[in-house]
Design a protein around this ligand. Sequence first.
Ligand code: SAM
Length: 290
Amino acid sequence: MDWSPHYPSFVDTESNVKPEADSLDAATTPTLDRQIAIADIGCGFGGLLFALAPKYPESLILGLEIRTSVTEYVEQKILAMRAQARNSNSKSALPKPEPNEDVKIPKTELDDDAKPAPTDLDLMLSGPVPGNFQNISVLRANTMKFLPNLFPASSLSKIFLCFPDPHFKTRKHKARIVSPGLVSEYAFVMKPGGVVYTITDVEDLHLWMTGAFRGSGGLFEEVPGDVWQEREGEEGLNGEGTEMGEKWEAEVRDDVRIMREETEEGKKVTRNGGQKFVGVWRRAADPPWP
Ligand code: SAM
């Protein structure tokens, strides 16, 4: 997979001109200076991607979406956000943006009422944006079929599964993007210690997803609610300590807050006064592969 068109700012120019490259492919396929670390599976209109981008400017984040028109919308919005962020940063004494990059947010015919309001962009761009949205991208893909083709083993540190389609009818359950088989695939692409986040407003689906992760034969450990539930007065990432200690827990809490508040579906559920059911699952350090 050539990811360079997705993350042009992260192309590893040195390794791409290696004289000892012994095959045409190795010599001509550009590589990145790091692997994709975070996946948002079924990203929809990309609200989570745009919220995570400035929070993790050094991590590559990929949204995966099966609907072509929605993927195109997110793609265009990423290009527009990159251009706007560069322009807004340039106003605060950063290098001048290149000409012809004043891309406008595209107008689409999409009728999904979850489509984000343009004012979200204005808010996000009201100051300099770390990373200028260069670290996010989107790919049209059916993750149920192609996940292990996209990511190397043990490469992802986070997977978000936000408001997956519930497919209520029993005969449709096979289309759910969490199932015992897919949980093994999520484990395969995740780093030991990596975290899968799930959220839904459908309790039945939450129980189904919980069952799939609990039944994973030790591939995942449940991160209990008292770790990830919001703490009174805590603002963002201010925890201290070891990677697995308070700092890690504060990061998990902030990720949960973002997925509750920044996904388009999360906003819709808040507007409608619905409930949100969260699951947090940590990839075991030494999974008992069958
Ligand atoms: N995660 C977003 C949010 O929380 O706002 C969108 C949630 S929406 C209810 C579910 C999304 O998952 C839809 O955009 C749908 O097209 C996408 N989806 C469903 N099955 C998928 C699959 N197998 N691979 C990739 N995306 C999928």
